[in-house]
Design a protein. Structure first.
Lengths: 1043, 470
């Protein structure tokens, strides 16, 4: 926000600059005045043939000559100068944007000092603004120059020329690199940086147990060979290439069904370590390299054509409602923007309408780039996206398809014959309802082709509508016939489905012999074409008078060859912008920021490089290595600057607080994709399959766009919709493509936190991690550690289901044995009933059935988990009209018989008002058959309310507490927690962390128990507590950031 | 010296400011919702926009046209641009509803708006709105994002929140209250952040649970279990921070979890309209079947603004004001839904002393034609789209009350006096919020973007209590 415009800027400069805040003494037109004019004045007074008021500001000489109102200035007398007067009163420039106070002061002083030029002005100049030596001297347009590497003695810390160049800048300030990070940190850094995934436990163990000095370098070599490297770095490229799986351009946002092949091409190219110059050439001109495309495409041709998907990433609504000049020209403009921001580090878009206001990019240069594209992207003979698809059908496919179609046609013929027969039958039957001569009249009318019917015939058919039998209504006359025809249809469809599937490429293929003329559009408006423009490079990127003009039509090629020439020029090793732009992007992804802070703007509006010599050295080294990214990665990652610790020690916080000198490794938050991928990898569920069609997305119940929970592949493969971005991805700053993404934000907002706290994806992953930890507990956990942890009592069910007897006089008043067999809904002696030993003993949720005799009573036992006073409510129910009923007893291990009731064809209440219990006491609910065991099914539901000494009440119900066999005891939670830690953080927990985890699990279990939390089906309290622990791990900063 | 020393200067002195022309703007280095000072003293602090999708028929509601009544059923002489040519006629359609004067100001309103009639002294009724385009989406986007028909630009709420942040740190800054029937026409584009970061997107407050996506944990984890979980997370994060002292990103992440937890209780409290008295609930029409749903949302909107939310916008499902057919019955029904709650909002804000600092906006993207859209049966007749002239009203936050502004022609077809475009409206709003419409900008792809996209616009001073100093 521009709060108080120029004053704020001036203030900042005065505060932070060591140079005093005054204007330079030697103001010259070229260096100081022209940039002001370029920004404010040249649109009307210089750039175009017509000059407003006849005033041309491009040369001082012209200004002196002046325009309609006279000379623009009087040397030495700013107050008398028209230029100054007009600017002071705000008359010039017209419109909102005004010359700042400081710029005005510069103009005044320059005139006061005599309006000097840097050198004699040229005798004549061409049209437009041209490019001056001053403009050419801007850092990014100067040739790349490999700097000398300063020598340092410290071999341990100065591992590469990168380190030397950085240290050179540090030393005057008594700064140095931080110490190397731990092996553990380096491992995670390297894995995430190169693959975007954590190491598997086995990989981590292997690396950490390798103490050889080469281990780290070897790791980098291995990771560069990992197929996941291409996925990771391919994604970086797809950002700037503007990759999307939908067309955009209109509301419809039509699906872009074959874009994914370009995505796969990019991944494959990175994995193959394809020289980057080749990668650029293929993307810009793959179709021109592919040679004649007659007959089947070869694999090589397919790859080259797929590469041109780069030129087809721009939003394109021309196939979905915007096939008009605006829509078509927008596709071209966006494509140019993608090319320039990705490869040139410039946004040339401003020059679409007028000469660039800040950078020396004339409008003619913009249209020169457009001219390189025009033969393939010609708005005057436009092709919509479907029309541009390249079929992958081979001659064999065509032949096979034709063969299959012929087979299908045989069935079609059979069907036609049948249909004709059915129709004739139906007609005959219908006509049979009418007498002659009407019958024949109707038949004649019906059989006469519609166009030839007489008016009488038409009227007749209208009068007797039921005669108008058509195949569509045949079913109304003869359902069986219609069904038979349907069988034919199914058979035809089945045969046709055997044809090879038709697949396509999304590519840009220039038609042969098509070399349209490109016109410069006045103000960028296609309705105002001016003069012809030839295909050429940007003027400023070539040495003066050496600007290459590309041949309008290369006779060696069926296409014009314009893009091929352009691509070769970009990669000829002398282009000042391309290599700098690429290495800056590589640096950006390794360090979280570029050497140039504006990776797609190396012009005046961008920020200059913090380390220009390092940028040039990297660019030169990159090209010298054969444009190999692998070389660049290894060079950077083996440097001390990359290997140092990220910790901001107190001295660094003081001396290099912003880390401008790279005195520590910057900490980086995982990008959206890496975050999701890491979670899936941590729970062991990541599907590492490479390539293929995008993963479908859908709206969840709340309308949020999600990836189907069963889709476990890397986030790279999620369908990239421009209008339906996946909520989790968007929240963590994954781009939602409009044109392309020059640099991602790394935002920290509450919506992210809410998603991590409550989002269904994260909760599910936490559950999966808990599951994994339980199935593979960390049994290596030290005994001492275990011993030091707080007790974590696992809540167990207080209910047991058995049979036995009650005899108050026996030494053991109640005998109790567990009922052995679980049917899925009740306990009984065995699968076959009655059981030879315990007969009809059954216990179920509502009650059960006692066996015969006093020793085979059903006993539901409740073991008190707490001390207090128990109150029991319930009713004993004997529903049968036969038999002698059942007897129910409540017997406590502490107090003996507490109540006894008999129910016979009746229901009796079984209240017990006060029964003192201690922890571990049993309370048995014993039901026997009295004398006879026939017709003794019973119901006995009880509710136990325990009042504890602290005044709190807890409740148990015999019905909801009824259960089958208890799950096997889970492994100790401490061992599970330790495993979760290792999986989430790729390191074992520290002692104090285990204590923290133990306390947390204990508190969670207590809370679940105390609140009687109703957990999802199949989730035990221990599992829920572990899942919650896992969630904390998966959403913690140690998981989200790489240091 | 050489190039190395140049680099040094860069490092030491933020040299881009030296190397670059001085007035080249930059975005702030990071984006947040922290409250920011306005550029000059603001009159408005918050805004509630009651957006009326479809095009309310101004000649039947807010803009009486005796000539139209007089020449009812005769042929209109002027050219008309129709959207539905197949049903187009030039037969003038006089309003079947009576207009009368209300309030001290005497503003004339139709009998369809009896409750709005009670607030005429507090609102400014603009009768000369103009988009120049008859299409819905074209005009909707013009109103929200500044250029007719263009997608991908931030909406009004995004700009206000970007420029001013939010007073409340416990509630989203830009909230969208959607209709239980579904999204409005043009769907989520109505509250898009366009080229700004997602932080500036409208947060949808859904009409059913979950009201705000991801706000609450599943039921079994709510309360104490989640609190313990957040405590554990906080402990883990603070121990991690001890090993990475002074990392602002890590500190911000810790704070954002706290904020998220606060949001849970704050949002729940803000949405709890049972805290309102019966009298207040009835004022909004909660005792009335037709008005209850919209009234509930208007009441929630007030509660949100009261709690420091910057921008709240209400939408209908689809476009209920698009009365192409059977206008005689379809128009009264949508009035019954909206009239009472809309008026209640102004009354309630006023009685709470919030109206002075809160802009209330009521209006659609277009109006309707004075001629008949023919469906055969006279009962089914309606009106086609009209972006050439229509009404909307604004109240509070520095807008003058008790006035009308601008005029359409004698038939209500075209705005002819004091035309107001969506860009004028946007500039005027920003001014009330203490923002200069030309100085509030966002740099996207190296280009300076303003809400009006540099299109011609003016601050409509005549309708402001304190017009800008010339």
């Amino acid at each position: 926000m521009r709060v108080t415009p120029s004053f704020a800027a001036l203030f900042v400069i005065c505060l932070t600059s060591t140079t005093p805040c005054v204007l330079a003494d030697d103001l010259t037109y070229e260096q100081h005045i022209r940039p002001i004019f370029r920004q404010h004045c040249f649109d009307c007074h210089g750039a175009e043939e017509e000059k407003e008021g006849q005033l041309d500001l491009r040369l001082v000489r012209f200004m002196t000559q002046g325009g309609e109102s006279g000379a623009a200035f009087v040397a030495g007398q700013p107050d008398e100068s028209l230029l100054i007067q007009r600017v002071r009163v705000g008359e010039m420039p017209p419109g909102e944007a005004k010359v700042t106070a400081e710029e005005l002061a510069t103009l005044e002083k320059w005139i006061a000092d005599g309006a000097k030029t840097a050198r004699p002005e040229p005798e004549s100049i061409g049209p437009g603004l041209g490019v001056t030596p001053e403009e050419r001297a801007f850092w990014s347009f100067l040739p790349i120059k490999r700097p000398d590497i300063p020598a340092f003695d410290d071999e341990a810390r100065v591992r590469t020329p990168i380190d030397a160049l950085l240290l050179q800048e540090m030393q005057p300030h008594n700064l140095a690199f931080s110490a190397d990070a731990t092996q553990q940190t380096l491992m995670l850094r390297a894995y995430f940086d190169l693959t975007g995934l954590p190491p598997t436990p086995a990989e981590a163990e292997r690396f950490l147990s390798d103490s050889s000095p080469e281990a780290y370098e070897q790791l980098i070599d291995e990771l560069l060979l990992s197929p996941h490297y291409g996925e990771r770095w391919g994604r970086h490229w797809l950002d700037i290439a503007g990759y999307a799986d939908s067309e955009g351009g209109t509301d419809a946002d039509a699906e872009r069904p074959w874009a994914w092949r370009y995505r796969d091409y990019v991944v494959h190219s990175f994995n193959a370590d394809k020289p980057f110059d080749q990668f650029i050439i293929e993307q810009l001109a793959g179709d021109e390299l592919a040679g004649p495309q007659n007959g089947d495409l070869t694999d090589e041709q397919i790859e080259l054509l797929t590469a041109t998907g780069f030129l087809r990433t721009a939003a394109d609504g021309t196939g979905s409602g915007a096939n008009n000049p605006e829509g078509q020209n927008q596709v071209i403009a966006d494509t140019i923007k993608i090319i320039s921001t990705s490869l040139l580090g410039l946004s040339v878009g401003c020059a679409q309408c007028h000469d660039h206001r800040y950078d020396p990019i004339p409008q003619t240069d913009y249209f020169a780039i457009r001219a390189t594209l025009e033969p393939a992207l010609d708005w005057q003979s436009w092709k919509t996206p479907p029309q541009r698809q390249v079929s992958l059908y081979t001659a064999a496919d065509h032949a096979l398809a034709a063969e299959i179609e012929a087979e299908a046609q045989k069935v079609v013929a059979e069907r036609t014959e049948k249909q004709t027969q059915f129709m004739a039958e139906a007609l005959a039957k219908e006509l049979g309802k009418y007498e002659e001569p009407l019958r024949t009249e109707l038949r004649t009318a019906y059989e006469t082709p519609a166009a030839e019917r007489t008016d009488e015939q038409k009227a007749l058919l209208k009068e007797y509508p039921s005669v108008n039998i058509s195949p569509g209504v045949l079913y109304q006359y003869n359902q069986a016939a219609a069904d038979e025809l349907k069988k034919f249809d199914a058979q035809i469809a089945e045969i046709q489905a055997k044809k090879p599937p038709h697949e396509y490429l999304r590519a840009l293929v220039e038609p042969a012999n098509h070399a349209p003329v490109t016109k410069l559009f006045h103000r960028g408006d296609y309705r105002s074409p001016k003069f012809d423009v030839e295909p050429a490079s940007l003027t400023v990127t070539a040495p003066e008078n050496e600007r290459p003009i590309f041949s309008a039509d290369d006779t060696e090629l069926p296409s014009t060859g314009r893009r091929l020439a352009f691509a070769k020029w970009l990669t000829n090793g002398r282009h000042p912008l391309v290599a700098r732009t690429i290495v800056n992007r590589v640096w950006l992804h390794h360090f979280g920021r570029g050497l140039v802070g504006t990776p797609s703007d190396f012009g005046k509006l961008g920020t200059p490089p913090s380390h220009p010599e390092l940028l040039d050295w990297l660019a030169d080294e990159f090209m010298a290595s054969g444009w190999r990214l692998s070389h660049l990665h290894k060079l950077i990652m083996t440097s001390t600057v990359y290997r140092q610790s990220s910790v901001k020690t107190p001295p660094l916080a003081e001396l290099d607080p912003e880390n401008r000198y790279y005195t520590r490794k910057p900490l980086i938050r995982l990008e959206a994709e890496a975050l999701r991928d890491r979670m899936l990898a941590t729970t062991g569920r990541l599907d590492r399959t490479l390539f293929g069609k995008p993963l479908p997305i859908k709206e969840d119940d709340a309308g949020q766009v999600i990836v189907d929970e069963n889709q476990l592949r890397r986030s790279l493969y999620i369908q990239q919709s421009r209008s339906r971005p996946v909520a989790l991805m968007q929240a963590f700053d994954a781009p939602v493509m409009q044109i392309n993404c020059e640099q991602r934000q790394s935002s920290t907002v509450a919506t992210q936190s809410l998603m991590l706290m409550n989002g269904s994806f994260v909760l599910a992953q936490a559950g999966h991690l808990a599951e994994l930890a339980e199935s593979d507990p960390d049994t290596t956990l030290d005994e001492q550690v275990l011993a030091s942890l707080p007790d974590i009592p696992l809540p167990t069910s207080p209910w047991q289901f058995g049979y036995g007897s009650y005899d108050p006089d026996a030494s053991e008043a109640v005998t109790f044995q567990l009922i052995p067999h679980w049917t899925g809904s009740s306990w009984q002696g065995g699968a076959e009933m009655p059981h030879p030993e315990i007969g009809w003993v059954i216990a179920n949720a509502g009650g059960g059935h006692p066996g015969g005799g006093a020793e085979r009573a059903v006993i539901r036992r409740w073991i008190s988990p707490y001390s207090g006073q128990l109150k029991i409510a319930g009713s004993l129910h004997h529903p049968s009209e036969n038999g002698d009923g059942v007897r129910g007893r409540v017997v406590s291990s502490r107090a003996g018989l507490a109540g006894e009731w008999i129910a016979q064809h009746s229901t009796v209440e079984t209240p017990i008002n006060a029964l003192d219990v201690e922890v571990g006491d049993t309370v048995d609910f014993i039901t026997d058959c009295r004398e006879h065991e026939t017709s003794d099914s019973f119901g006995w539901s009880v509710t136990l309310t325990l009042s504890q000494d602290d005044g709190s009440d807890r409740e148990w119900s015999s019905e909801s507490g009824f259960h089958g066999p208890s799950p096997p005891e889970p492994p100790p939670l401490a061992q599970q927690a330790s495993r979760a830690w290792k999986l989430a953080y790729c390191r074992p927990p520290r002692q104090e962390e285990m204590v923290l985890a133990g306390e947390f699990l204990r508190d969670q279990l207590n809370t679940i128990d105390a609140q009687q939390t109703s957990l999802p089906e199949g989730v035990t309290p221990a599992r829920q507590a572990m899942a919650n622990l896992c969630q904390a791990l998966l959403t913690s900063n140690e998981f989200l950031y790489i240091d | 010296m050489g190039i190395g020393s140049v680099a040094l200067a860069t490092l030491l002195h933020q040299d881009q400011l030296l190397a670059v022309p001085k007035n080249i703007p930059k975005n702030p280095p990071t984006f947040d919702l922290v409250e920011k000072p306005s550029q000059f003293p603001a009159q408005a602090k918050a805004m509630i926009s009651l957006f009326q999708h479809g095009g309310p028929a101004h000649m039947d509601l807010t803009d009486p046209k005796p000539e139209l009544t007089k020449f009812h059923d005769t042929d209109y002489k002027e050219d008309v641009q129709f959207s539905f040519v197949n049903r187009a006629t030039k037969k003038l359609l006089g309003s079947p509803w009576k207009f009368s004067r209300h309030g001290e100001c005497g503003t004339e309103l139709s009998e369809l708006l009896p409750h709005t009639a009670e607030i005429v002294d507090d609102i400014c009724l603009i009768r000369s709105m103009h988009t120049g385009a008859n299409g819905h989406e074209v005009s909707i986007r013009y109103f929200h994002s500044g250029i007719p028909g263009v997608l991908g630009r931030p909406t009004l709420g995004s700009w206000l929140v970007y420029g001013l942040g939010n007073e409340s740190q416990n509630l989203p800054a830009y909230m969208v209250l959607t209709d239980p029937g579904g999204h409005p026409v043009d769907s989520v584009n109505n509250w898009t952040n366009g080229f700004m970061p997602p932080l500036f997107q409208g947060t949808v407050l859904r009409p059913k649970e979950p009201r705000i996506l991801n706000l609450d944990a599943p039921p079994h984890l709510r309360g104490e279990l989640q609190r313990q979980n957040l405590d554990l997370l906080d402990t883990l994060n603070r121990r991690h921070l001890e090993q990475h002292p002074g990392e602002a990103d890590l500190e911000a992440r810790i704070a954002s979890y706290e904020l998220a937890a606060n949001m849970q209780s704050a949002a729940r409290e803000a949405l709890d309209i049972s805290q309102e008295t019966k009298a207040t609930q009835d004022l909004y029409g909660l005792d009335d079947d037709a008005a209850r749903e919209y009234g509930t949302r208007c009441l929630i909107a007030r509660r949100l603004v009261e709690r420091g939310v910057r921008f709240v916008q209400l939408f209908h499902s689809g476009q209920p004001w698009d009365n192409h057919s059977s206008i005689a019955t379809s128009l009264p029904s949508v009035c019954q839904k909206t009239d009472k709650p809309s008026a209640a909002l102004v009354k309630d804000l006023k009685q709470r002393g919030l109206l002075d600092s809160t802009v209330v906006h009521w209006g659609g993207e277009i109006g309707r034609l004075p001629v008949t859209e023919n469906h055969g049966d006279p009962k089914k007749r309606g009106r086609d789209h009209n972006g050439q002239g229509f009404s909307m009203w604004v109240a509070g936050g520095g807008f003058r009350g008790g006035m009308t502004y601008g005029e359409t022609d004698e038939f209500g077809h075209r705005a002819v006096v004091d035309k107001v475009t969506p860009n004028d409206y946007q500039s005027t709003l920003l001014h009330l919020f203490g923002l200069d419409p030309n100085e509030l900008f966002y740099v996207h792809n190296g280009q300076v973007k303003e809400i009006t996209a540099g299109r011609e616009s003016r601050i409509v001073s005549e309708i402001l209590h304190r017009p800008p100093v010339a």
